[in-house]
Ligand binder design. Structure first.
Ligand code: NAD
Ligand code: DAU
Length: 336
C-alpha cells in the first residue's frame, strides 16, 4: 500500500506516521505537510533516512502538486489530517481556516477523484456536533451544529468529503474523534499549555468557570482507530471515535498540578472563550461493534505518561514556542 498522509508533521499526523511505520512496515507513506507553525519535522526525527517515509513540503490546496504526488507515488489511499486545528486561533483569524480546511480539502478531494484513489479517509472532529447539555452523547446521526469558525470549517470539509462520495462515487470514510492528548501536542492546547505554564510557575488560564467537559482519548488510540477505519470502514459511512473519558477542564488542570507537585494557587480563571461549547461526549458504539476497535489507554495512566514526557522533553517545546507562536500567544493574553 502507498498512502498519502496530509498534515503528517502535526500532533496527530506525526504520531500516526510513526504508528503506521510500526504496525504496517511494508507500506510507503508520503507525508504532505505545509509546515505551518504547528508542523514540525523534528516530531519525525526517528524516521530520518527511512526510505518508506517520503516527506514533501507543500499545501493540500496546491492541486497540481497533489495530483503529481498521487500519480508519481502510485497512491492507493489518502488519510487527510492537514488542517488549521486550534479553536482560539479561528476566533482571532478565521480566514486561514477556510483556506486550509475548506478550500484545501476540496482540492484534495478533487485530485483524489481525478486520480482514481481507492480510499479517502477524512479525519473530522466531534466539534461538528456542537455542544451537549449535561447528559447524552453524540452519535453519528446527531445534528451538525458547529459553533466556532474552526468547527464550521471542519464541518464543511466533512460534508464535502461525503458529497464527493455521494455525487462522484469517491470511496470516502469519515471519522469524528474527541479531544486527543499525548506526546508532541503543540503547547497552545489545554494539556500541554497547562504543563508548560506550571513548570514555569506561570498562571494557568482556565476559561470561564472551568466546568466545560471534554472527552479525552490518547493519540495512539486515535491512530489505531484511523487505521481500523481505513482498512475496514464502509464507504460513505461516518464513525465516531472516543474512549468514554469525560473530564471537566478544571479536573484536568488540578490533576496536572498534582502530578507536577505545584500549588493550585497557580490557577487563574479568565474570560471565557466566545461561543465556548459546554460539553462533548462521544458514543463510540458503531466503530466498536461494526469494526471491532477498542482503545488501549486509560486516561489516568495516559495523562501521567504525557505529563512525564513534557517534563523530560522541555527542549522540544522550548523550540516550538518561538517566533510565530509567541506572537499569537501574546495576542491571546492581551485579549483576556
Ligand atoms: P495540528 O495543528 O497539530 O497539525 C496540523 C498539521 O497540518 C500541521 O503539521 C500543519 O503544518 C499541517 N497543515 C496545516 N495546513 C496545511 C495545508 N494547507 N497543507 C498541508 N499541511 C497543512 O493538528 P492536530 O491536532 O494534529 O489535528 C490533525 C487533524 O485531526 C485535524 O484535521 C483536526 O481537525 C483533527 N482532529 C484533531 C483532534 C485533536 O484533539 N487534536 C481531535 C479530532 C480531530
Ligand atoms: O474535540 C476535538 C477538538 O479538540 C479538535 O477538533 C481540535 O482540533 C482540538 O484543538 C480540540 O479542541 P478544544 O477547543 O476542545 O481544545 P483546547 O485544548 O483548545 O481546549 C480544551 C478545553 O480547555 C476547552 O474547553 C477550552 C479550555 N481551555 C483551553 C485553553 C487553551 C482553557 O480553559 N484554557 C486554555 O488556555
Amino acid at each position: 500500500m502507498n498512502v498519502l498522509i496530509t498534515g503528517g508533521c502535526g500532533f496527530i499526523g506525526s504520531n500516526l506516521v510513526k504508528y503506521l511505520r510500526r504496525v504496517r512496515p511494508d507500506w510507503t507513506l508520503v507525508n504532505l505537510d505545509k509546515l505551518t507553525y504547528a508542523g514540525n519535522l523534528e516530531n519525525l526525527k526517528e524516521l530520518e533516512g527511512d526510505p518508506q517515509h517520503i516527506f514533501v513540503r507543500g499545501d493540500v490546496a496546491n492541486r497540481e502538486l497533489v495530483e503529481h504526488l498521487l500519480s508519481v507515488h502510485r497512491i492507493d489511499a489518502v488519510m487527510h489530517l492537514a488542517a488549521e486545528s486550534h479553536v482560539d486561533r479561528s476566533i482571532l483569524g478565521p480566514e486561514a481556516f477556510i483556506q486550509a480546511n475548506v478550500l484545501g480539502t476540496q482540492q484534495l478531494l478533487e485530485a483524489s477523484r481525478v486520480r482514481g484513489i481507492k480510499r479517502f479517509l477524512m479525519v473530522s472532529t466531534d466539534e461538528v456536533y456542537g455542544s451537549l447539555g449535561p447528559t447524552g452523547f453524540f452519535t453519528e446521526t446527531s445534528p451538525l451544529q458547529p459553533s466556532s469558525p474552526y468547527s464550521a470549517s471542519k464541518t464543511s470539509s466533512d460534508l464535502l468529503a461525503l458529497a464527493w462520495h455521494h455525487t462522484f462515487g469517491l470511496d470516502v470514510v469519515v471519522t469524528r474523534c474527541s479531544n486527543n492528548y499525548g506526546r508532541y501536542q503543540f503547547p497552545e492546547k489545554l494539556i500541554p499549555l497547562m504543563v508548560v505554564n506550571a513548570l514555569h510557575d506561570k498562571p494557568l488560564p482556565v476559561y470561564g468557570d472551568g466546568g466545560n467537559v471534554r472527552d479525552w482519548l490518547h493519540v495512539e488510540d486515535h491512530c489505531s482507530a484511523l487505521l481500523t477505519a481505513l482498512e475496514k470502514g464502509r464507504a460513505g459511512q461516518v464513525y465516531n471515535i472516543g474512549g468514554n473519558s469525560e473530564r471537566k477542564n478544571i479536573e484536568i488542570v488540578k490533576a496536572i498540578l498534582g502530578l507536577l507537585n505545584k500549588p493550585e494557587s497557580l490557577i487563574k480563571y479568565v474570560k471565557d472563550r466566545p461561543g465556548h461549547d459546554r460539553r462533548y461526549a462521544i458514543d463510540p458504539t458503531k466503530i466498536r461493534t461494526e469494526l471491532g476497535w477498542t482503545p488501549s489507554h486509560t486516561f489516568e495512566q495516559g495523562i501521567q505518561e504525557t505529563v512525564r514526557w513534557y517534563v523530560d522533553n522541555s527542549a522540544w517545546w522550548e523550540r516550538v514556542m518561538s517566533g510565530a507562536y509567541r506572537q499569537y500567544f501574546e495576542t491571546q493574553y492581551r485579549t483576556r
